[in-house]
Design a protein around this ligand. Structure first.
Ligand code: PEP
Length: 251
């Protein structure tokens, strides 16, 4: 995989006006012709901005993603958003199982797996986040945790077409303490082994991306690791200028 996949995770940031300013700054700093054949960009934005950002990106390169969804199509689930609702806005990608959703909203391996199954069945590309917390790493349980999180998802799915996996060590998210490129490479290799064992035919094509305090200072080294196909970027993707600088540091 030569093109690197960069997913900007805006979390709970931005409004319509600030999103417009964001892309004005981003595209001014980084015309698409500079990056189109080197990186693929996805912007995971709040629900309220999906329509706005889809429109802004219409004639540009770059796709929009939601940050969550329900696994059912409709029903009495106040506050939830379904796949048909996202599809209605032209959205085809969704981040699932982010550690903040697991930590603050009780998402379990099982609910994440149901969402991944529904997303794949609906033709979406789920960006599935997995990763260990600090105590698990310190206890030498990283491989076990990763294998368990993947096993829960793989128990529900029969294809890996469109699947994207993000390895996000929880201790590295928003802390400024990124995994070293060696640590990230090691876990990505493990994930690749597990994915290709489950899907011998096309598991090698599933993009595996790293997330956790990626910045313009460390992205180039992380992306040089053979097992890492891209990055999920939170804090460093929040300003158009800053994210352009990060993308630029890869070109
Ligand atoms: C994230 O939101 O998934 C993330 C990796 O955040 P940050 O880049 O800020 O650590």
């Amino acid at each position: 995989m030569n093109k690197k996949l960069l997913v900007a995770n805006w979390k709970m940031h931005h409004t319509r006006i600030s999103a417009e300013n964001y892309f004005a700054n981003f595209f001014a700093a980084l015309p698409a012709k500079l990056w189109a054949d080197r990186v693929e960009l996805v912007f995971a934005v709040p629900y309220t901005l999906l329509a706005t950002v889809s429109t802004i990106l219409k004639d540009k390169l770059g796709a929009v993603a939601a940050q969550n969804m329900h696994w059912l199509d409709k029903g009495a689930y106040t506050g939830e958003v379904s796949l048909p609702m996202l599809a209605d806005l032209g959205v085809g990608k969704v981040v699932l199982g982010h550690s903040e959703r697991r930590q603050y909203y009780g998402e379990s391996d099982e609910s994440v797996a149901l969402k991944v199954k529904a997303a794949l069945q609906a033709g979406f590309s789920p960006i599935v986040c997995i990763g260990e917390i600090l105590g698990e790493r310190q206890a030498g349980k990283t491989s076990e945790v990763i294998a368990g999180q993947l096993a829960a998802v793989f128990a529900q799915i029969s294809t890996c077409k469109q699947l994207i996996i993000a390895y996000e060590p929880v201790w590295a998210i928003g802390t400024g303490l990124a995994a070293t490129s060696e640590q990230a490479q090691e876990v990505h290799q493990l994930i690749r082994q597990i994915v290709t064992k489950k899907f011998p035919e096309d598991g090698s094509e599933v993009p595996l991306i790293y997330g956790g305090s990626v910045t313009s200072a460390n992205i180039a080294e992380l992306m040089q690791q053979a097992a890492i196909d891209g990055a999920l970027v939170g804090g460093a993707s929040l300003s158009g200028d800053g994210f352009a600088e990060l993308v630029n540091s890869l070109l």
